[in-house]
Design a protein around this ligand. Sequence first.
Ligand code: PMP
Length: 293
Amino acid sequence: MSDSSIPEPPYDRVWNFSAGPSALPVSVLEQVQRDLFNYKGHGMSVMEMSHRSKVYGQIIGNAEATLRRVLKIPDNYSVLFLQGGGTGEFAAAYLNLFASKAVREKQRKLGRQLNCDYLVTGSWSKGGLKEVQRLGGQPNVVVNGVTSAENGEIKYTGLPPVSKWNLGKPEETAFVYYCENETIHGVETPSDFVVDAVDPSVPVICDMSSNMLSRPVDVSRFGAIVAGAQKNMGPAGVTIVIVRKDLLERDDDPEAIRNLPSVLDWCYFDAAGSMPHTPPTFAIYVCGLVFEW
Ligand code: PMP
């Protein structure tokens, strides 16, 4: 006879169409349950384990290796596990790119601050744009939704043709930013569409918070891909950044990182295997199980 306090499959689960964290595979939840009191004989759950322990090093290492395999991430890209969610990356993408050697060299040649280009296709890319403005940047708006022919109202229901995009000059542009799947407004902007339109010298930064791992992507076409984990990859609390290594190079200029807090600094995380400080250990472990799944 089963103990009624122990849940059994199919666990009376419901379809979850709510905002925020989404469904996890049942087999992953079952594995988490099995591991909860004693992870592989280590006498504790992953939640209770030191992030400096050998066993946790294997957990985060396996998570990264599996993500690399699943997404076919090239060796010249770093995979970082951070905190701060998709929103943290609105600021981080801008601050890190503007601190990078590539951008600062381009800026020196030009003799002034570069622009960054934003495709605004809904509330999340608008959030990215606003964050840059809040930090004192002057982003260039490449597109801002579509304008209604009837009343001139801006609607986030699609994209104008590339011929109508207001892309900056490549020599004046630090990066182009877009959100591939606008979770609220529903506009999906295929990556090839954007990357094909952008000069290859300009890195393309993509927010994939709500469609990461939903289909294969050619990572090599991006400067960086950023995504909060909670929609497709695991629990809330961990943010994944895949970034081309040359964009992590800096010159020695302390000015470059003056306004870049350590917790948003991609180089700081890259240099320490995503663990310069305590990472969201449990969330990363669950992500690793989802990547295996
Ligand atoms: N970008 C997209 C596409 C999102 O869907 C979300 C959250 N739903 C965010 C950014 C913000 O993410 P967070 O809540 O993790 O800050």
